[in-house]
Design a protein around this ligand. Structure first.
Ligand SMILES: *Cc1c(COP(=O)(O)O)cnc(C)c1O
Length: 458
């Protein structure tokens, strides 16, 4: 017997109240936040879809694990448990804990990067790109051709363009390639999955030229669900076995545990090669902490170990992926241009299509982010020219490839009625959509400008 409704596979026994607000109040809050929702206070927000990062609800087992955390400086039991779970999952010999994903990125890409080096990825996540560029190296994105069409139903739009990968390695010479990074799922590229076939092809090219391949595995469990569902030959494998297969293709992995490890803080770096591991170990000790805690408390490591196992549970993954597509498919049916098919952790709205009257220089994505907040108290994030735009020599905007708005769904946090409310807010936005105007930037920092930039309506 099967039902249409996928119920949340958990009951709620602790609640966190949401502060209700009116549109009049939100208008003032948004002005005070300079039209950048990153600058809002969380209690000014009704539904927080800013990010799925570090916003998961932990399970009873994880909270119980927190109490058992071993806070010893060296050789803590909680570290050994976390290390064992990561070994088992990744098969990679050297594992280092870090306080979050970007710390692992800074250590690894700082070491392998530097002036004259190139990194190639299906799409670098913003902190990944920033850490690479900060080292002086260059980050090149080569998403597959299918990803250009936001409306195609191609199931693995997170794939890397393998032909371009080989061309780039030859063009820049293998010795100048700091690393190839496969991001699963492809966060900035729409939360789209990468197929096992693509990972195998990428791995084969990297082996051919002796270039290192790393997995940015923040959402490897969600990616495994899609492979199980959509790629031939994996129907009878468990989600964990699929992830293990993918890890067997790479030289190392970086994870922000704030995603698929179902915790609020943490990360790790795992490596195969002893000489890279040795260098990273030294950097870790200097900047993060000793090798058996790396910036984390024992209780954090305990929760990560438990979360990394829970995330592969079949009931959880089914609920997770189905509830994301529930929102996306409903918006799609209403005629809202969303990136198809719906990815794992988020729904991406094509703001350039939605607000076709707003030129990219006036940031249609920022306009949608502001409207969602004003009308419904929903916080989302622009993934377009505010995040990735650059300027040419005369200060003219070089826009991002796409102008998307991401509605990232925290894990195990919102119920179906929260989602129904979000759908209703979109119905309201449809009504007044032709009157909405764009924004201009009044302040921006040099790196990761979207976090702190200030705007004003044009
Ligand atoms: C979140 C994320 C990171 C960075 O991790 P933090 O824990 O936020 O530092 C890197 N890569 C991807 C794909 C991510 O989603």
């Amino acid at each position: 017997m099967s039902f249409k409704t996928i119920i949340e596979p958990f009951r709620i026994k602790m609640v966190e109240p949401i502060t209700m607000t009116t549109e009049v109040q939100r208008k003032k809050f948004l002005e005070q936040a300079h039209y950048n929702p990153f600058l809002l206070n969380s209690d000014q927000v009704l539904i927080d879809f800013l990010t799925d990062s570090g916003t998961s609800a932990m399970s009873a087992a994880q909270w119980a694990g927190m109490m058992e955390g071993d806070e010893s400086y060296a050789g803590a039991r909680s570290w050994r448990r976390m290390e064992k779970v990561i070994h088992d999952l990744t098969g990679l010999k050297y594992v280092f804990p870090t306080h979050q994903g970007r710390a692992a990125e800074r250590i690894l890409y700082g070491y392998l990067g530097g002036k004259g080096k190139f990194f190639i990825s299906n799409t670098h996540f913003d902190t990944t790109r920033a850490n690479i560029e900060f080292s002086g190296a260059e980050a090149i994105d080569i998403p597959c051709i299918e990803s250009n069409d936001t409306q195609s139903e191609f199931p693995f739009k997170g794939n890397m363009d393998v032909k371009k990968l080989e061309d780039l390695i030859l063009k820049h010479k293998p010795k100048n390639i700091g690393g190839v990074i496969l991001t699963v799922t492809n966060n900035s590229g729409g939360g789209q999955p990468v197929s096992m076939e693509n990972a195998k092809l990428v791995s084969a090219v990297c082996k051919k030229y002796k270039v290192k391949l790393f997995l940015d595995c923040c959402r490897v469990a969600e990616n495994s669900f899609f492979i199980h569902q959509k790629e031939k030959g994996y129907e009878n494998k468990t989600y964990k076995q699929i992830a293990q297969k993918m890890f067997s293709l790479v030289d190392g992995a970086i994870m922000s545990a704030k995603k698929d490890a179902l915790v609020n803080m943490g990360g790790f770096l795992a490596l195969k090669d002893s000489s890279i591991a040795e260098a990273c170990k030294n950097l870790l000790i200097i900047t993060e902490g000793f090798t058996t805690y790396g910036g984390l408390s024992g209780r954090d490591m305990e929760a990560i170990a438990i979360g990394l196992e829970e995330v592969f549970h079949a009931d959880y993954l089914l609920y997770r992926i189905r509830s994301t597509s529930f929102l996306g498919d409903r918006l799609h049916a209403m005629g809202i241009p969303v990136m198809r098919p719906i990815g794992g952790h988020a729904v991406y709205v094509d703001a350039k299509k939605f607000y076709s009257q707003i030129p990219v220089e006036q940031y249609p994505g920022q306009a949608l982010v502001c409207e969602l907040y004003l009308k419904g108290g929903i916080r989302s994030v622009e993934i377009g020219s505010v995040m990735f735009g650059k300027y040419d020599d005369v200060g003219k905007l070089i826009p991002s490839r796409m102008e998307l708005v991401r509605l990232a769904i925290p894990r195990r946090v919102y119920t179906q009625s929260h989602i129904e409310y979000v759908i209703e807010v979109f119905e309201k936005l449809m009504e007044g959509k032709n009157k909405v105007r764009g924004y201009e930037i009044t302040y921006e920092p040099k790196f990761l400008r979207h976090f702190t930039a200030k705007f004003k309506p044009v």
